[in-house]
Design a protein around this ligand. Structure first.
Ligand code: HEM
Length: 449
């Protein structure tokens, strides 16, 4: 089918001048979100820059974002940054495309039906309580480390039914190695093909082989036992319309994808929520009041969640200011129009939650932590892509309800027992990579509430 496109504006959207070879890569710097925000504020809703050979449009108008993620979604694929994860995520949901992705998304969707997701609430509460049993007042902790351990345990239990601490430690160790090598690869100015026997490639290949062997072991174990209430079991049982099921390799790709897409993002939501609360005692007091009134000291169960509007508002506001996924990208597969400009085949469109979530048009006093802004139905009034911590359109995060429920349960279970005082010498900064962890961790001391 032929499409006619109308290009109103000649040339590229406005943007900063770059160097001949690297383009604007050097200006981007380690705090690349500042560069994005500056770009949007200086050049408007469509700005243009270049990273090496990649021409990038930064788009920050909700309607234009909707055009990319919804209306024209079929003409875009994931951008180069996301594709770099293929070696580990294979053909899982995050990295697959087209008809194959659609067929997999249909297979996986039932595993994330609301009732099934809600059935994981007790596991989330139990594992949080188990973490608290190892804490004591006065203890110095790193919040990111603690919450990553917890969300990893929750992911492994709900995904594979895994309780064993030894298994968990093995998965964590090989994943950290894989992730570190992959991040180094994504950020490297020159990316040599994975088959080349460089030191970094060999390290990465070994780490990937280790993770794959571990996950294959979990799948084999699961197949040899009665199926249970975990995501892997529901994925093993899932059928396509023709009755066929996922191969072991596909199960492995999907399982690794769910694990990697899910645990760190949720840990960061918790870490940044507690950071913001530690800086806003009045919000923390209001939160504690809500918990006292609704929960009276116990962990929330699935039915409690709608009775905790302030808890939900705090999490929304934390993901507004510190979106764990701070940007998503797409690559045009054909010539397209966007905001009156010509998008050539191969161009990258970048949409940054960090930027959109700071638009004063939708969020007055954008830099301020104001959970109250969510209490009077703001979410329903906003244009669809003014706030999108979980992306949107057909590639919307499949785990959004899972993550939101987990964040609420953990926040309320932890917060009824403890509060955190940031270490006096703590330096808090962001480190935007694939997700956005605190650059120097989040050192804090535990205090009984
Ligand atoms: C606060 C936590 C989370 C955040 C902020 C988050 C964010 C996102 C975003 C922005 C996308 C879209 C990426 C794109 O369009 O390029 C996405 C996709 C995805 N997320 Fe999440 N996520 C979170 C938790 C989870 C959890 C817990 C799971 C699994 C249990 C998960 C699984 C996935 C998968 C499989 C996709 C790909 C979906 C597809 O393309 O069909 N995420 N996530």
């Amino acid at each position: 089918m032929s499409r006619s496109i109308t290009i109103a504006k000649a040339g590229l959207p406005p943007g900063p001048k770059g160097t001949l070879i690297g383009g604007n890569a050097a200006q981007m710097g380690p705090r690349r979100v500042d560069f994005f925000l500056d770009l949007a504020q200086t050049y408007g809703p469509v700005a243009s820059f270049r990273v090496g050979r990649w021409r990038v449009f930064l788009v920050s108008d909700p309607e234009l974002i909707q055009q990319v993620l919804v209306t024209d979604a079929r003409h875009y694929i994931k951008h180069f940054g996301a594709r770099a994860f293929k070696p580990i995520l294979g053909n899982g949901l995050v990295t697959s495309e087209g008809d194959f992705w659609l067929s997999q998304r249909r297979m996986m969707q039932p595993s994330f039906l609301k009732a099934l997701v809600l059935s994981y609430a007790p596991i989330m509460a139990e594992l949080t309580t188990a973490m608290l049993a190892e804490w004591s007042p006065g203890k110095a902790v790193d919040l990111e480390f603690e919450f990553s351990g917890l969300t990893s345990a929750i992911a492994l239990k709900t995904l594979f039914g895994l309780d064993d601490h030894g298994d968990r430690a093995k998965v964590d160790a090989s994943l950290i190695e894989t992730f570190d090598s992959l991040t180094a690869r994504v950020d490297a100015p020159i990316r040599l093909p994975l088959w080349m026997p460089t030191l970094t490639n060999l390290r990465l290949r070994r780490a990937i082989a280790n993770v794959k062997a571990l996950v294959d072991g979990f799948i084999a174990q699961k197949r040899s036992r009665p199926l249970a209430n975990d995501l892997l079991s529901t994925m093993i049982m899932a059928q396509r319309e023709d009755g066929s099921r996922m191969s072991d390799q596909q199960l492995r790709d999907e399982a690794m994808t769910l694990y990697l897409a899910g645990y760190e993002t949720t840990a960061l939501t918790l870490t940044w929520s507690w950071y913001l609360l530690s800086q806003h005692p009045e919000a923390e007091r209001r939160l504690a009041d809500e918990w006292r009134r609704v929960l009276g000291g116990r962990s929330p169960n699935a039915e409690d969640l709608t009775a905790l509007p302030y808890t939900s508002a705090v999490i929304n506001e934390a993901m507004r200011l510190y979106p764990p996924v701070y940007a998503i990208g797409r690559e045009a597969m054909t010539e397209l129009e966007l905001g009156g400009y010509r998008v050539k085949r191969g161009y990258t469109i970048l949409m940054s939650q960090w930027v959109s979530h700071r638009d004063p048009k939708y969020f007055p006093k954008p830099e301020q932590f104001l959970p109250e802004r969510w209490l009077d139905g703001l979410a329903a009034r906003l244009p669809k892509f003014a706030y999108y911590p979980f992306g949107g359109g057909q590639r919307l995060c499949i785990g959004s309800h899972f993550a939101t429920m987990e964040a609420m349960i953990v926040l309320a279970t932890v917060g009824q027992k403890y509060k955190f005082t940031l270490a006096p010498d703590a330096v808090i900064d962001i480190k935007p990579q694939i997700t956005m962890p605190p650059k120097f961790g989040m050192p804090a001391t535990l205090e009984l509430r």
